[in-house]
Design a protein. Sequence first.
Length: 427
Amino acid sequence: MNDFSFNGFYSRIIYSFVIPEVISSEKNIHKQFRLKQLLKKINETASPDKNLTDFKDLVPIYDFRRNNPSGYEEKFWKLFSDVKTQDLALHLPFRMHLEKQVQRSRNWDKTKDEKYRVNVKGRLYPYGAISLQVTEYVQSKEKMSSPDIINFLKLPIMWNEKEFTIKGFFHTLRTNIIGDIIKKSQNIPIFSSGPYYIINPEIKNEGKLDYDNNWNDISLLLAMSNEARYLKKHTKEKYKNLSNRETQLIFSSPHSTVMYTPDFDRPYHGQRCLRNRISNLAEMVLIQEAFSKQYQNTFNRLINEIESQHGYKTSQIKRLFWNNVHLEEIQNMKRVFNFQDSFTNDSWIKWYTALIVSRKESFTRFTESINGVNTANLNLGNEARNSIKGVIATVKEIIEIATKIHGMTEGSGKNNSNETSENTIVD
């Protein structure tokens, strides 16, 4: 085992959450942020009529109608660029940048930094998902170790003349964003996913990060910790290189994705493009996880109410469903959990699958809650089932999608949609 040092690093810290009222209670959402209004703006490649308080430049992620003199072809967001198809357009966000600058508050000698850049940006998806990212670049005059990188990324953040942990910073922004979007709160619990770290260490002029000899340095970054109890879970046998290039190393853990890309130092745009792709996929997975947490809670509540109300009239059962979850919510959830079917690139599928595997617990619990609704529905009787036929049909589709994702988290990567419970809902 060799200790290794870096010249610096790029990092992105990603955090996502969902606002269910955007779908379930449109009347309680300020008009500018309602689903139909946001989709209309995307179709026009225009900005919403109002910015969020802490942010500026709330604009579509990419204007597909513009002339691009650099010749750069956007590939990731183009997957969802058919604005006439709502299922795809829903995945096109509006991007935004934090108005006031942030800075690391640190017990760190600033003279060690040859270069330091920080940027905080966010994305607002029409279906009520929000993603926040802190991106940083540090180039140090002195060599940095893996623990140095970890210690830096865990330093407090200064913003608005206050000091925050990274989680506290994201939670504060979340509270402010929700206050901007919701005009009347229903006290629905808000579930989030992250922070998740994308780390791209930089080595110049000398040295090479070696998979066999430097695994300790890699595992520290994958664990985001130097504690033995965490490191023992991040063994070389557990993590395979996700890159198709022999000169690159890419690994994904539940805490971070680590990229070593020496062949992309020049030209820089190759390195940036790869980082963007993996960050976009991580963001999508975190959004899926936030939805799975949100609706696991909703469906568990629904299961309890269904099981306690046998013998109730059909109209009461129907009202019970609508009071807990709307058909539009379930249809929207199906879109969110099915976006990866648009992928056409084998590397994207490989990275997505590895990221899904890293979130195994959340998706396992979500699959269990969906199957619980399935089983509970069987006891309603034909009359009640027919009255909520649309809901039942869409729940069945989500079972199939969730089981497919669950299959990925079990390591198979296969579609196990035919392996659902014997009680699978039928119309």
